[in-house]
Ligand binder design. Structure first.
Ligand code: PBG
Length: 330
């Protein structure tokens, strides 16, 4: 026998002890479910994201009913917009009779207690597929126009607030948009509509499947002039300081799994709730790995979500929200 009074394994020797000392527990309340909606009468499976659908309005409301039954507190909506409605000024994004306002109203009519969040960015509506308004010079070089975009984002946020959204979530990464949207909402009487800022949004390869789902990939160029370089941390803190000063209510880090260090540091540095988005590519890696029979799907989902929470996220946006809530109910 070794003389070994300090034995960490003592605390791991049976399930009861392990349960007793478990620090991080997932709960249905941790999650927001991203949902895709389109203007067609029937739902469609999304080829780029097996297991996810672009919902018709009726099916979207049904799905919300199932989420409510599982004790999920919120959904975030993403629209697949018909190609013919996309323009270079993305004006469909603030159509009060557009797809998102209709979806918000349909959900709120059935489930007023379910939080409805909306994505604030132009890419689903923009002929260019960029999050902002694009200007192209005679040599074909693109500039994403910051201030013009912010003015449109304010109209989009107001349009969603008027339709009944609870939280608007700007994902565009334009400078100054949180403050401008706050002012626009406040001056129109929407001071209680919260802003969940995509504060640290990285220019990530993990968004690929999502862009397939919405057919919203940039027609040319990439998003590196507005989304952040995955190599950088300091920029994340500059953005954090700005979004806090501009009165964001919730700060988000995106993607989640490869940016746990950023989630952790945000949690340490801010008093605001921290959200993290487990994005489409993170989802797809788990789907692909488990479909191939290489990995245990349920365990992998749980571990990936647990890691995000352990790192410091209060809120997890995940395509596995429903699946995880079902596992938790068992
Ligand atoms: C667009 C937006 C994107 C995502 C959420 N909002 C894509 C992008 O920035 O290109 C990605 C979500 C995902 O990959 O699951 N503003």
């Amino acid at each position: 026998m070794l003389h070994l009074p300090n034995r960490p394994r003592r605390n791991r020797q049976n399930p009861a002890l392990r349960n007793l000392i478990e620090e991080t527990k997932l709960h249905a309340h941790d999650f927001i479910a991203p949902l895709f909606v389109h203007a067609k009468d029937t739902s469609e499976a999304i080829e780029a994201m097996p297991g996810c659908s672009r919902f018709s309005l009726d099916d979207l409301v049904k799905e919300c009913g199932e989420l409510v039954a599982l004790d999920i507190q919120g959904v975030i909506l993403f629209p697949a917009i018909a190609e013919k409605l996309k323009t270079s000024c993305a004006s469909e994004c603030c159509n009060p009779d557009g797809l998102i306002p209709q979806a918000i109203k349909a959900i709120k009519a059935q489930y007023p207690q379910l939080l409805v969040l909306t994505d604030i960015a132009l890419d689903p509506y923009n002929a260019d597929g960029h999050d902002g308004i694009v200007s192209t010079d005679k040599n074909g070089n693109l500039t994403i126009l910051n201030d013009d975009t912010v003015a449109t984002l304010c109209k989009q946020a107001l349009c969603h607030a008027q339709a009944g959204a609870d939280i608007v979530a700007p994902s565009d990464m334009m400078d100054g948009r949180i403050g401008e949207i706050r002012t626009a909402l406040d001056t129109q009487g929407y001071q209680d509509i919260a802003i969940m800022a995509y504060t640290a949004k990285y220019a990530s390869a993990y968004y690929g499947p999502f862009r397939g789902a919405l057919e919203s990939a940039p027609k040319s160029g990439d998003k590196k002039t507005y989304q952040m370089n995955p190599a950088n941390t300091s920029e994340a803190f500059r953005e954090l300081a700005l979004d806090q000063a501009e009165n964001a209510d919730i700060l988000m880090v995106k993607p989640a799994g490869s940016y746990l260090d950023i989630i952790y540091q945000y949690r340490q540095q801010s008093n605001l709730p921290i959200a993290a988005y487990q994005v489409s590519g993170e989802y797809l890696m788990i789907e692909a790995g488990s479909a191939a029979g290489w990995l245990d799907k349920d365990k992998l989902i749980e571990e990936s979500l647990l890691s995000i929470k352990r790192a410091g996220a209060h809120i997890i946006v995940s395509y596995y929200a429903k699946y995880m809530a079902q596992i938790l109910q068992k």
